[in-house]
Design a protein. Structure first.
Length: 256
C-alpha cells in the first residue's frame, strides 16, 4: 500500500520552476530514494513534503489525506518528520536536549488491550513515549547515549548526522524524510549511516531519502527515482538502477 502519493507536483521560485510535474509514490514499509545531481530539484521536493517549501501546483496525499501546503507543525503531527540537509543541530543544547526537541509532536496515546475477555484502556503519556523513543534512538546510535550530556556542538560531523536522524525519530514517524544524510561525511561514516538507515526500515519505518551518493543509496533502496532538471528522468527498483551501467555512468557517478 502506498503511504504517500505525489501527483503532478510543481515548485516555483519566482520565475524559476525547480520541480516540473513530478509523480512519485512511496510504499509503506519501504525505502524510496530520490537521486540526482545538484539543482535537480531533490531538496525542493522533499522540503515541500514537510511543509517548508510551498507547492505551486499538484497534490501530496498521505494515508489518503490531502496534505498539500499544510503548515509544517501540522504535517509533523501526522507523522511525517524530517532530518534536514545540513543537520541544523541546536548548538545551545546538549545531545539529549536536542533529541527531546524532536518529541514535541507526540501526544498521549490510549492503548486498548484485552485481559480475560475484558477491554482494558491504558493511557501512555508523552513522557513515557519520549523515554521509550530515547531508548530506541540510543539503540540505533549508542555513541549518542555515551555523549548525551555533551553540548551538541562538540560532536563530530558523523555524530551530528546521527543526532539529526535520531531527533527526527523521536517523534515516532510514520514517514521519515532524510535529506542528504551523507553530505560532507567520510566514506566509512557514510557506510555506517546507511547500515543504520536500513535497520530503521527493517524495524517498520517508511523512509524517503534524498541523496547524491547514488551507489550507497541504491544498495538499500527498494525503489528509486532519478530527477534531472526538475523532472523524473528514470525510475525503478534499487537493484535495477544499480545495474544500469548507462545510468550510473551518465547521471550518478562511478560506483564508490
Amino acid at each position: 500500500m502506498d503511504i504517500l502519493k505525489i501527483k503532478d507536483l510543481t515548485i516555483d521560485y519566482g520565475i524559476i520552476r525547480a520541480v516540473k510535474g513530478v509523480n512519485l509514490n512511496v510504499e509503506e514499509g519501504k525505502i524510496v530514494a530520490i537521486l540526482g545531481a545538484n539543482g535537480a530539484g531533490k531538496s525542493s521536493l522533499i522540503r515541500s513534503l514537510s511543509g517548508v517549501t510551498k507547492i505551486s501546483s499538484g497534490s501530496v496525499t498521505f494515508k489518503d489525506e490531502d496534505i498539500t501546503n499544510l503548515d509544517p507543525h501540522k504535517i509533523a503531527q501526522k507523522g511525517i518528520l524530517q532530518s534536514p540537509e545540513g543537520r541544523l543541530i541546536l548548538y545551545g543544547l546538549t545531545v539529549e536536549e536536542n533529541l527531546k526537541v524532536g518529541a514535541y509532536a507526540l501526544k498521549p496515546i490510549i492503548k486498548t488491550t484485552i485481559d480475560n475477555g475484558i477491554e482494558v484502556k491504558t493511557k501512555i503519556t508523552v513522557k513515557e513515549q519520549t523515554n521509550n523513543m530515547l531508548k530506541e534512538v540510543y539503540g540505533y546510535f549508542p555513541i549518542l547515549e555515551e555523549r548525551k550530556k555533551q553540548q551538541a556542538s562538540t560532536l563530530s560531523g558523523g555524530e551530528q548526522q546521527m543526532l539529526a536522524i535520531g531527533r527526527a525519530l523521536m517523534g515516532n514517524p510514520k514517514l521519515l524524510l532524510l535529506d542528504e544524510p551523507s553530505l560532507g561525511l567520510a566514506p566509512l561514516i557514510v557506510r555506517d549511516i546507511f547500515k543504520i538507515i536500513e535497520t530503521i526500515k527493517q524495524r517498520g519505518t517508511t523512509i524517503l531519502i534524498v541523496e547524491q551518493n547514488a551507489y550507497q543509496t541504491l544498495k538499500i533502496a527498494d525503489y528509486a527515482y532519478l530527477l534531472e532538471l526538475g523532472k523524473v528522468k528514470k525510475e525503478g527498483t534499487g537493484e535495477a538502477l544499480l545495474n544500469d551501467e548507462e545510468l550510473i555512468n551518465a547521471y550518478l557517478g562511478s560506483k564508490k
